[in-house]
Design a protein around this ligand. Structure first.
Ligand code: ZN
Ligand code: FE
Ligand code: FE
Ligand code: ZN
Length: 267
């Protein structure tokens, strides 16, 4: 049986459904566990951006997850999707101490201040110059590597995010993938296979099959998630993710409890 550890709540201002609704959807899909992992608040002046919870909302977040736990027949894990941005490490450490997290997710959305690579607002940047996509990919994977090296996260979300709108540099992409995989392996983190990309313009899983093969060869464990922003998306297309994981050589996925990782067989 599978789990879905990457889901959101209305506190991030762009998702619907309460944790109890995500848990009910997980039960309906036959999942063994559900995990809630909303976009973490940032330090400094708020709002940091328009797509994350505010610091003052954290108590309500814990309360919503506790409500789901009280009613759900399957385990409801407490997580958080954290942006790793250089200079904010102390805040991440503070967040890590605020609760009994089951896992902390590391995500790279920002490749420079104000430029979140997955925002449709910035889609024209990919074609602004002949080298724009190459530059964006270079900046993304540099930031992703720094996140991995920081060693603060249990798993790393949606690798390959800058392919979202279908832009990919030409040539052998291993020049981006290999240094990132080396950093993930050295940090001992797990990697997310996200089915969200199937529903974006690129219409592919994050990461690519090639990335996944390299990750398996490097001994990096994986976790399959939907990145649901609505309960109807829980467990979506997990058959596709299982097939990709198996094709890359995987026979197991991770589960998390209190930041301890265990491996269970793929269904
Ligand atoms: Zn989101
Ligand atoms: Fe994300
Ligand atoms: Fe997410
Ligand atoms: Zn995400």
């Amino acid at each position: 049986m599978l789990t879905d550890y990457h889901t959101h709540t209305p506190l991030c201002l762009h998702a619907d459904g309460l944790p109890i609704d995500y848990a009910a959807a997980a039960v309906a899909r036959g999942l063994a566990e559900i995990g809630i992992s909303d976009h973490a608040p940032m330090d400094g002046p708020e709002p940091f951006d328009e797509w994350r919870m505010r610091r003052a909302d954290l108590p309500r977040y814990f309360e919503m997850v506790a409500e789901a736990r009280a009613l759900s027949p399957i385990p409801v894990r407490l997580g958080l999707e954290c942006d790793f941005i250089a200079g904010h490490e102390a805040w991440l450490d503070e967040l890590a101490g605020l609760a009994d997290w089951d896992y902390l997710i590391g995500s790279t959305h920002y490749i420079e201040p104000g430029f979140d690579v997955d925002s449709p607002r910035h889609v024209n940047r990919y074609i602004r110059t002949p080298h724009a996509t190459e530059e964006i990919w270079t900046a993304y994977w540099t930031a992703f590597r720094a996140m991995a090296v920081s060693g603060r996260f249990d798993f790393l979300a949606h690798p390959d995010l800058p392919k979202k709108f279908g832009h990919r540099p030409s040539g052998d992409l291993r020049r981006f993938y290999e240094p990132a995989i080396e950093a993930i392996a050295r940090a001992g983190a797990a990697l997310e296979i996200s089915t969200a990309g199937l529903h974006k313009p690129v219409a592919e899983l994050y990461p690519s099959d090639e990335f996944l093969r390299l990750a398996h060869a490097a001994g990096i464990p994986v976790v399959i998630n939907s990145d649901a922003h609505d309960p109807s998306e829980v467990g979506r297309d997990f058959d596709r993710a299982v097939a990709a994981a198996r094709a890359a050589g995987y026979a197991e996925v991770c589960r998390f409890e209190r930041r301890q990782r265990v491996l269970v067989p793929l269904p």
